[in-house]
Ligand binder design. Sequence first.
Ligand SMILES: [Zn+2]
Length: 251
Amino acid sequence: MISRSLAAPSIQLRAALFAVLGVAATVGALSGVSALGAWIAEPPAVATVAEDASPPATELEPPTPAYVFDAPLPGRVIDSPFGLRQMPWEENGRLHQGVDIAAPAGAPVRVSADGVVKRTGVSPTYGRFVEVMHKGGMTTLYAHLRAPARGVKAGAYVRRGATVAYVGSSGRSTGSHLHFEIRKGDKPLNPAFFLGRSFAEAEDLPIRAAGRVSRKVRLAVVSKWPEGVKGAPAARTKSGRVRARMPVSEG
Ligand SMILES: [Zn+2]
């Protein structure tokens, strides 16, 4: 009885095995032995799809960056950086809240990023200026202008690269140049961290790094001594620029 009960499943197993071999023989007869061998050697097609989970190459396009900042005067260099600076007629250094880019009067100033004009106006220090709002609480400011461009007024939508103003030397300026600022809220940021760069998301913006101010105070070299400022230049360079030395205070 015991041997029979053990033998019975064994016979069933053999029957099943013969059935599989029979199917295999039929497949082999239909499609050839070499085809069957290839089917066994290569992993099943289903496994290949499961392992390769990445989407097709056509779907791997980078996302459109949320923030793109272009230079307001393409091809021109920053000749006075962001940071603590001391003018020749000042006793102490103070924060230069943007960058200065020298350019001839009348050169077109391009808006750095898509935005909406927040305001245009005139200030004793900035002279004629244009301020533009961007998303994420960012603003850019263009100062010492000759004039804003036609149609540039509060509420106007401006697309990145559009001419918003023309370079001048209005306000407390020491020669024809653009004073350019980038802020997040009220906080002035170093534009060098943004110009010519793009950022995928708001979290990628280098707000902390760009907000840091070095303790080093630079002595500014200027082109002209502004009217209404006491004193006189200590020295003039060959190019007519003013150079003066004063005790540098640590900011
Ligand atoms: Zn400046």
